[in-house]
Design a protein around this ligand. Sequence first.
Ligand SMILES: [Fe+2]
Ligand SMILES: [Fe+2]
Length: 182
Amino acid sequence: MVRVMTKVKVFRCRICGDPYIGTEPPSRCPFCGATTQYFVEADKWDPQEFDVELSDQAREDLEAALKLELGNTSFYTCAENVAKNSGDEYGFAKFKSLRKVESEHASAICKFLKISKPPIEAGTCSQEFKENTQEGWDREDRAIKAYSTFRDRATEPRLKEFFGALVEIETDHLDLHAESLG
Ligand SMILES: [Fe+2]
Ligand SMILES: [Fe+2]
């Protein structure tokens, strides 16, 4: 039997900076959820990607975004644990992946702000999958609205791109929640 070997490469996501090994870039970054277009081959990575001179407005917007991401990470951690403890495998998988992505967004924002990532505080949530899905939807909706504003008023092209990517990613999440809400 002949096995056709497709060569793997290292790629990097320009939204979160994380590396990925594959034959081609993924449809969504496994770390931050960014779409294929944001991947570059690792040897073409620009080490200054997160070095942006921030205006006061940009700093304020990044700080607001960090607050949203940390809050959403706390919430999804709670929802993940509730699902796990009740044996809801789908809910566990869904909230765990959302928790990881939102945590990655917080990390990326901290790279722009040049600060270390604050600890994730314990969050509260419902004991019901459906209620947590509704709250997830509300949170993603708020994030999309905020990031659209931040994207539109950003004067730094790199931040415009970053907030634009976050809007796309959180819209994926919104669609995912909507599927379970019917
Ligand atoms: Fe990423
Ligand atoms: Fe996020």
